[in-house]
Design a protein around this ligand. Structure first.
Ligand code: ZN
Length: 213
């Protein structure tokens, strides 16, 4: 069986994570070279019948914003009730241009645009769970009811929202593949190395978009 046959299947989904203006160069929380993935993701998505987009979508004053916490700076880590939380610059505030998808994203056949990070007191890196790892977004049920068994992931950033989405997809029992050249990283405090180690230990394959052609 070729990789192409896998991608054409009805039981396969591509999840495109957070390809939004604020995560691209010029945005509030820019992932270096984040915009480079847009054409790669577009070509990749064209080969999937099932595509889901995620969209970071925070209320103003969200818990993950450094500005919400007195005397804290962006990229510091604090202890939240649900565990460590990196503090970010204000980003992807609901309804702002920064929260919009990158204008070059061209995936008209996506079945769902899933918004996340909407609970004021909990961050949400993963497409499947809030950062408490217990509050579901409903995506798992959506995919199961459609007969999906294999999940491919691309988007921003490799070492945060893609990583957590991949780990949760695996935990939910899906086979998981991260299309690494269709991702870009932030790399805070060794997060890229930690991500690779974690994905490897969970049996999650990192592949290239070319290998799926
Ligand atoms: Zn966010």
């Amino acid at each position: 069986m070729t990789q192409g046959a896998i991608i054409d299947g009805n039981d396969v989904v591509l999840i495109v994570v957070d390809v939004q203006n604020d995560f691209c160069p010029g945005g509030a929380l820019a992932v270096p070279r984040g915009d480079e993935i847009v054409p790669i993701v577009n070509r990749l998505a064209a080969r999937f019948r099932n595509v889901v987009l995620t969209q970071d979508w925070h209320p103003p004053g969200h818990f993950s914003f450094a500005s919400t916490h007195p005397e804290r700076n962006p990229f510091e880590t604090i202890v939240a009730p649900y565990g460590p939380q990196v503090l970010w610059p204000d980003h992807c505030v609901q309804g702002t241009p920064g929260a919009a998808f990158h204008a070059g994203l061209d995936i008209g056949h996506a079945a769902l645009a899933l918004r996340k990070g909407m609970v004021p007191t909990i961050d949400s890196y993963s497409a499947f769970y809030e950062n408490d790892r217990r509050t579901p977004t409903g995506l798992s049920g959506f995919l199961r009811e459609r007969g999906i068994s294999r999940v491919f992931l691309a988007g921003l950033a490799f070492d945060f929202c893609v990583r957590y989405s991949a780990e949760d997809a695996r935990r939910e029992g899906f086979a998981v593949f991260v299309v690494e050249d269709a991702c870009r990283s932030i790399d805070v405090n060794g997060s890229v190395t930690q991500t690779r180690d974690s994905l490897t230990s969970l049996g999650i394959a990192c592949i290239s978009a070319l290998s799926t052609a």
